[in-house]
Design a protein around this ligand. Structure first.
Ligand SMILES: Nc1ncnc2c1ncn2[C@@H]1O[C@H](COP(=O)(O)OP(=O)(O)OP(=O)(O)O)[C@@H](O)[C@H]1O
Ligand SMILES: [Mg+2]
Length: 397
């Protein structure tokens, strides 16, 4: 427990009372003294009066007030660490803040005390090291670290844009698919009626059977579009993901060619998540089918689960945000993909396959994983196989 003497002093500046309320409660929980200011001007006054050890600035303040305050503080006390707080709508400002000397950022909503503690104490620790043990290459270390954070943020911004694009396409596709379903119903209904009036074995009968079969394929495609746009029914329950993985592995090992060895490697103990079980099952089947298609000459498909923690300071640039996850991987030893392909795999209708492929498989998986509050990552290289990893939030009772 921190004594009064060693208690750190943090200034919190932001105009949103509810954000301040949560942060003050969390900060008190990690035993720091908090001073609040409701706007940039008051923040600066309080900064001068209190000489805090660290400053937290909410970038949601009107205009670019947060950024200006950051600059002013940096001008007055270069070594006082500043952490900016921002929502996903302010990613560009966050990148700008890092460029202007903010040490760290926190993404809203913040309800996790560990993340806040990490950011505040990590930042203070860094500032202390810089003050007491200045190394000749300290500024280089510092700018490398900042560059790393900027790269991470730029990646999440690009991913966010991609997600927004997918969401827009999803809504459009969902709307069209609904109406299209009714039209398809009409077409097959009329074709079947007409079929009653023509003689079996005649040419028109053959044509009408063709129409009915094609409408059936169109309707399959349509249901994929509906699930991509999340307009299908969703039933969320808590379950052990290991059981679903075992069932899917059982199913595919019976239906895939024997040239493909299928292995389940599940974590102990059971790994609970809260999701739509059917949606997860179909996501895993989609991934397994892709793995199978990537191994025409045979190979090995591994589907596994593990508990996975991403630590804030060890997080690789492409990893999901720090936290605890249930990680599900689907790995194959197939042909792999070039980086240009990996970049497009989640786009609806993107397919490199010839024949009756929709290119919707991974777009559907992406949207399902997002619905579960998780993240999906693909690692692949030509000739090196592919690993798709789903990072899902664990469920605890
Ligand atoms: N495991 C994998 N190995 C190699 N390439 C893959 C793998 N998974 C996906 N891909 C590439 O990503 C593309 C998109 O995959 P996606 O599942 O979205 O569509 P698809 O498999 O082509 O068609 P469908 O909608 O019928 O699944 C594939 O065409 C393929 O080029
Ligand atoms: Mg596919």
């Amino acid at each position: 427990m921190a004594s009064e003497l060693t208690k750190k002093r943090v200034l919190l500046v932001g105009d949103d009372a509810s954000v301040r309320l949560t942060l003050v409660a969390l900060l008190r929980g990690i035993e720091v003294d908090v001073f609040e200011a409701t706007d940039a001007a008051r923040g600066l006054q309080s900064f001068e009066a209190q000489k805090p050890d660290a400053v937290l600035i909410d970038l949601a303040m009107p205009g670019r007030n947060g950024l200006e305050l950051l600059e002013e503080i940096k001008r007055r006390a270069k070594r006082t660490p500043v952490i900016v707080i921002s929502g996903i709508d302010k990613i560009d400002d966050t990148i700008e803040a890092l460029r202007r000397g903010a040490w760290d950022y926190l993404a809203k909503p913040i309800h996790d005390i560990a993340t806040l503690e990490d950011a505040v104490f990590g930042t203070l620790e860094w500032a202390r090291t810089m003050a007491h043990y200045p190394k000749p290459n300290e500024s280089e270390d510092f700018s490398n670290e900042i560059e790393k954070r900027i790269r991470q943020l730029e990646m999440s911004r690009d991913r966010l844009r991609q997600t927004e694009k997918l969401r827009a396409i999803g809504q459009l596709a969902g709307g069209v698919a609904h109406d299209f379903n009714n039209l398809l119903g009409g077409i097959s209904g009329y074709a079947e009626l007409a079929r009653l009036h023509v003689e079996d074995g005649s040419k028109p009968a053959k044509f009408l059977d063709g129409i009915v079969a094609m409408v059936r394929s169109a309707s399959d495609l349509n249901s994929k579009l509906l699930s991509f746009s999340r307009m299908g029914p969703v039933k969320v329950v808590a379950f052990d993901i290991n059981e679903v993985v075992r069932d899917v592995v059982d199913l595919i090992s019976h239906s895939f060619d024997k040239k493909i060895e299928v292995e389940a490697s599940v974590a102990h103990p059971p790994q609970f998540i809260r999701a739509d079980m059917a949606q997860l099952e179909s996501a895993l089947i989609n991934l397994a089918v892709n793995a199978r298609d990537a191994m025409p000459e045979g190979g090995k498909l591994t589907m596994g689960t593990s508990r996975h923690t991403i630590a804030r300071d060890e997080r690789a640039p492409d990893e999901p945000p720090a936290g605890q996850y249930v990680r599900v991987i689907v790995r194959d030893t197939g042909v792999g993909m070039a980086p240009e392909t990996v970049e497009h795999v989640f786009e609806p209708f993107f397919s490199t396959k010839e024949g009756h492929w929709t290119g919707l498989g991974l777009a559907v998986v992406h949207s399902a994983v997002e619905e579960m509050g998780g993240y999906i990552r693909v690692e692949s290289a030509p000739g090196q196989g592919t690993t798709v990893a789903l990072f899902l939030p664990p469920y605890s009772k």
